[in-house]
Design a binder for this molecule. Structure first.
Ligand SMILES: *[C@@H]1O[C@H](CO)[C@@H](O)[C@H](O)[C@H]1NC(C)=O
Ligand SMILES: *[C@@H]1O[C@H](CO)[C@@H](O)[C@H](O)[C@H]1NC(C)=O
Ligand SMILES: *[C@@H]1O[C@H](CO)[C@@H](O)[C@H](O)[C@H]1NC(C)=O
Ligand SMILES: *[C@@H]1O[C@H](CO)[C@@H](O)[C@H](O)[C@H]1NC(C)=O
Ligand SMILES: *[C@@H]1O[C@H](CO)[C@@H](O)[C@H](O)[C@H]1NC(C)=O
Ligand SMILES: *[C@@H]1O[C@H](CO)[C@@H](O)[C@H](O)[C@H]1NC(C)=O
Ligand SMILES: *[C@@H]1O[C@H](CO)[C@@H](O)[C@H](O)[C@H]1NC(C)=O
Ligand SMILES: *[C@@H]1O[C@H](CO)[C@@H](O)[C@H](O)[C@H]1NC(C)=O
Ligand SMILES: *[C@@H]1O[C@H](CO)[C@@H](O)[C@H](O)[C@H]1NC(C)=O
Ligand SMILES: *[C@@H]1O[C@H](CO)[C@@H](O)[C@H](O)[C@H]1NC(C)=O
Ligand SMILES: *[C@@H]1O[C@H](CO)[C@@H](O)[C@H](O)[C@H]1NC(C)=O
Ligand SMILES: CC(=O)N[C@H]1CO[C@H](CO)[C@@H](O)[C@@H]1O
Length: 815
């Protein structure tokens, strides 16, 4: 017998936190291309009608090869090409000096496809160009045009994310007037053979070659160091080769921004070398392999102008004080996430009074008292402390942190009530206080946070009701209040959260009916109100208007009806469906795509043949219903199935003997308490991931096959009790070294259990019900194996130890 615990997205969230960080990284690099070539920056010299005809024709030819779905080139008509959008001319010579063709990309479009463009050869006729921006276009992997190197007056050249491919032409060294060069790659298909050509550009101030493969540029360090005019240098994700010591004397006296993120050859000497970069304000060394504390401390201590520091995703070990007490007091932005730092931050943080952005996510061992560490850091806009050991209570003075937009204190040890003054933080967009020890009521002042998009208070000890004021949070997309002791009715005003996509209220003490107003939430993708004290005799009608619903969890909400006809079809579009522990009657619905739990209801009839289409199902539980008929053969082809629970039904006949196709992902198989006959099916010997195999209380006959002991080496639970099995117990059962529950009693077996299995009978007397939790994808699936021994030890039953936790690898996550 198995019951499914309510879905929880705990581990999914760990993963999605990582994902968020990656997206953030992407954004940072995208933003570098922003701001240049915005419409505001284009000097349109509308009055001069002195555009040269030859250049006008060249421009029209260039335009003809550009992808332009939104008609950005609509102003490119008439004689006066100097007035065209993105074009500027010299006001004396009338030559075109500026061409800004940056694709008007916004962040949200960044994941969309952009049609292909080409660089028209007429570009080289614009010989007087000083400014050329082709960034963000899709040049579909064409080679970087060599002819650009003939535009020797260029001071500004931007090819960021332009999707060129191949070698960056060394002829670019001819562009000796360049101040600004952005060659930021797209998917890492750009490369150089060396960087010698760069040394012919003596006054370069801004260089971005992120995502360009520089692994062949063995002298990169010497070249870059020789360009002493450099102010901004981005070389993230470039496979920089190791720079052998001794390094040349530090020469980048003007450097303000240095980004070497995602390069694993940042060596100790280079950190020491960096300590002479006293003008440095922005330093990004995220994901650089192994950085070491001591050289880093020395380096940081001399960088007294530092404003932003990113050391995330390294393997930094040691006291966080080593960093905090050595960084510049003027620091505004600090990211130390995903390291192994430890220690108390209460005191040191307070001296970093200018901090606006602080994130220490996922270090696990950083301690501190939330009330004191906040101290005077009232400039904070972004505070991320997820997964550490922060304790204490949030002080009422939190209301002074009015700049906060992002506050994540989840997975810490913070207790006490949320002060009502939190309602002062009207700039908050994300508030995550989940997995702490908060108590008391959810303050109704949260309803003032009208910019809130995500609120997570799950896994705490909140009591009282869901404030009616939540209805004002119209920008909210995620609301998670799971696993508290929240009571009373779900307020009708929840239907006003028109942007809501994820709503989890499960595992609380909510009463009454699920409000119909949820039917107004047309963007809803996930709804979980399981495990409350809700009542609702009829299956809610309004679900049929939820076109985007993917995850529906209505376990134990008091449904007594049959499933309506429309739902039988609707369920097909869902990814996961849990209607367990209700009193639902009638025919089974169509299986959703990934997960179906209808256990503990009153469904009748055979398993419908339509289930054959659900080839991606990873979890199917129909236990404790009145399902009859035989186990259909299509289950042999369910290659994703990890958990199959059909226990406590009226299934008949033999288990199909699969021949060429086996459900090899199976980890948990419960077919106990049916009327199954035949022998133990042979194909199970290919299901070598099985952890739980329960055939108890059936009419299986034949002998216990020896392949169980030989092949099913992961088994923790083997229950064959109350069947018609005969013969001797195979000695190699003792080879199942993970076995914790073995029950072969009430059969016609002879012999005894191998003595090497041990006999921990005392445990059975203390606790007759063992349980475990399988974590399948995002789902917590509680297994419970009933041991019906009631204190007296039946023959052939042995509980080696209590099964407590089985962790399965997860394959996908949603949040
Ligand atoms: C355009 O030029 C005319 C005269 O040549 C002048 O009066 C007018 O102010 C100019 N307009 C702009 C926008 O510069
Ligand atoms: C020409 O442009 C330059 C800068 O772009 C400006 O300083 C100058 O005043 C302009 N000259 C005329 C005659 O408009
Ligand atoms: C770029 O354009 C090509 C067609 O030329 C297309 O196949 C490709 O998907 C586009 N790439 C992106 C990222 O939009
Ligand atoms: C550009 O550079 C190449 C060598 O990289 C050189 O041979 C060529 O003469 C240069 N062209 C001009 C116009 O300077
Ligand atoms: C330092 O920069 C100057 C130019 O400012 C350059 O002449 C010199 O060669 C550079 N030194 C090194 C060691 O690269
Ligand atoms: C850093 O500067 C100091 C003094 O200004 C000098 O002695 C030292 O050699 C420099 N180190 C490097 C690596 O340039
Ligand atoms: C946290 O500290 C404990 C005890 O000092 C240690 O066992 C554990 O490995 C640390 N965890 C991390 C992630 O550093
Ligand atoms: C906050 O700043 C004030 C004045 O600058 C100071 O007196 C007080 O001690 C500071 N409080 C904390 C907690 O650092
Ligand atoms: C709310 O913020 C204001 C400053 O904007 C502050 O003066 C006030 O004390 C804060 N109220 C609370 C309750 O924290
Ligand atoms: C399994 O058990 C048998 C007898 O108990 C033993 O001979 C055999 O070596 C064991 N095999 C493995 C792989 O442990
Ligand atoms: C063991 O069984 C008895 C009687 O069936 C029941 O009262 C008791 O709660 C059970 N103990 C556990 C730990 O489940
Ligand atoms: C190089 C340097 O200044 N290191 C200092 C870093 O901070 C610690 C205190 O935590 C000092 O002891 C070090 O001298």
């Amino acid at each position: 017998m198995a019951t499914i615990g309510s879905a929880s997205f705990q581990d999914g969230r760990v993963a999605s936190k990582r994902l968020m960080m990656l997206v953030a990284l992407l954004l940072v690099s995208c933003c570098l291309c922003y701001g240049f070539g915005d419409e505001d920056n284009v000097e349109v010299q509308g009055n001069s009608s002195s555009c040269m005809e030859s250049e006008r024709r060249a421009l029209l030819a260039i335009k003809s090869d550009m992808y332009d779905p939104d008609d950005w080139f609509s102003s490119w008509t008439g004689k006066d090409c100097c007035g065209w959008r993105g074009v500027a001319c010299n006001n004396i010579t009338a030559h075109v000096t500026k061409l800004d063709l940056r694709y008007p990309y916004t962040y949200h479009q960044a994941l969309e496809t952009i049609g292909g463009s080409k660089v028209n050869p007429s570009l080289q006729e614009l010989k007087h160009l000083e400014y050329l921006d082709l960034s963000m276009n899709n040049f579909s992997g064409a080679p970087v045009p060599k002819m650009i190197s003939s535009l020797v007056h260029l001071e500004y050249l931007n090819l960021c994310y332009a999707m060129f491919d191949g070698l960056i032409p060394p002829q670019f060294g001819n562009l000796s007037n360049l101040h600004y060069l952005d060659l930021h790659g797209f998917l890492g298909d750009l490369y150089v053979d060396d960087l010698d050509w760069l040394s012919r550009i003596p006054s370069l101030k801004h260089l971005d070659m992120s995502l360009v493969d520089l692994s062949r540029a063995s002298n990169w360090f010497h070249i870059v160091n020789s360009i002493s005019t450099l102010e901004v240098l981005h070389l993230s994700t470039t496979g920089l080769p190791y720079a052998p010591s001794p390094l040349p004397p530090f020469n980048l006296t003007a450097i303000a921004t240095l980004d070497l993120s995602q390069n694993s050859n940042i060596i100790l000497t280079m950190l020491r070398w960096l300590s002479n970069a006293t003008s440095l304000e922005y330093l990004y060394l995220s994901d650089c392999g192994s950085l070491f504390m001591e050289p880093l401390q020395v380096g940081l201590a001399s960088l007294s102008n530092m404003k932003e520091l990113d050391l995330s995703y390294n393997f930094l070990r040691g006291e966080i004080l080593g960093i905090l007490s050595n960084v510049s007091g003027g620091l505004k932005h600090l990211d130390l996430s995903w390291n192994y730092l430890s220690g108390d931050i209460t005191q040191t943080l307070r001296s970093l009074r200018h901090l606006e952005y602080l994130t220490l996510l996922g270090n696990s061992n950083i301690t501190g008292h939330i009330a004191y560490l906040l101290g005077n850091l009232t400039n904070l806009r972004h505070l991320g402390l997820w997964d550490n050991l922060i304790s204490g209570e949030i002080p009422p003075t939190v209301g002074n942190f009015v700049q906060l937009e992002y506050l994540d204190l989840s997975y810490n040890g913070i207790a006490g009530e949320i002060p009502p003054s939190i309602g002062n933080l009207t700039g908050l967009v994300i508030l995550d206080l989940s997995k702490n020890f908060f108590t008391g009521q959810i303050p109704s002042s949260l309803g003032h946070l009208t910019n809130l998009e995500s609120l997570d208070l799950s896994w705490n000890n909140f009591v009282g009701c869901i404030p009616d004021t939540f209805g004002t949070l119209v920008h909210m997309t995620r609301l998670h209040l799971s696993r508290n002791q929240i009571s009373e009715q779900i307020p009708e005003s929840i239907g006003d959260l028109q942007n809501l996509q994820f709503l989890s209220l499960d595992n609380n003490a909510l009463t009454g009916q699920i409000p119909k107003t949820i039917g107004r939430l047309h963007r809803l993708q996930k709804l979980d109100v399981s495990y409350n004290n809700l009542s609702g005799a009829k299956f809610p009608d309004w679900i049929q208007t939820q076109q985007r619903l993917q995850y529906l969890y209505l376990s134990r909400v008091g449904l007594k009806s049959s499933l309506p006809v429309w739902f039988l079809d609707f369920s097909k579009g869902l990814r996961e469906l849990n209607l367990s522990s209700n009193s639902l009657k009638g025919q089974l619905p169509v299986a959703p795509q990934l997960m179906l739990d209808l256990s503990n209801n009153s469904f009748v009839g055979p398993i419908p043949s339509s289930f054959a289409q659900a080839t991606y199902l990873y979890l199917l539980s129909l236990s404790r219903n009145r399902i009859d008929g035989s186990l259909p053969p299509f289950f042999c082809s369910m290659h994703s199935l990890k958990v199959l629970d059909l226990s406590n039904n009226h299934l008949l006949g033999e288990v199909p003997n699969c021949h060429s196709s086996f459900p090899t992902s199976l980890q948990s198989l419960h077919l106990n308490n049916n009327n199954l006959s035949g022998t133990i099916p042979r194909f199970l010997k290919y299901c070598i991931q099985l952890i739980i195999l329960d055939f108890g209380e059936n009419k299986l006959f034949g002998e216990i096959p020896t392949w169980i002991g030989r092949n099913l080496s992961s088994l923790k639970v083997l229950r064959l009790r109350s069947n018609l099995l005969h013969g001797t117990i195979p000695a190699n059962i003792a080879n199942l070294t993970f076995l914790q529950v073995l029950d072969l009693s009430s059969n016609n077996l002879i012999g005894s259990l191998p003595s090497s299995l041990g006999n921990f009978s005392a445990m059975i007397e203390k606790q007759n019900d063992t349980w475990s939790v399988l974590h399948v994808d995002n789902y917590y699936y509680s297994e419970s194996i009933l041991l019906t021994t009631k204190g007296e030890i039946a023959d052939y039953t042995t509980v080696l130890s209590l099964v407590t936790f089985i962790d399965l690898p997860q394959h996908q996550f949603y949040s």
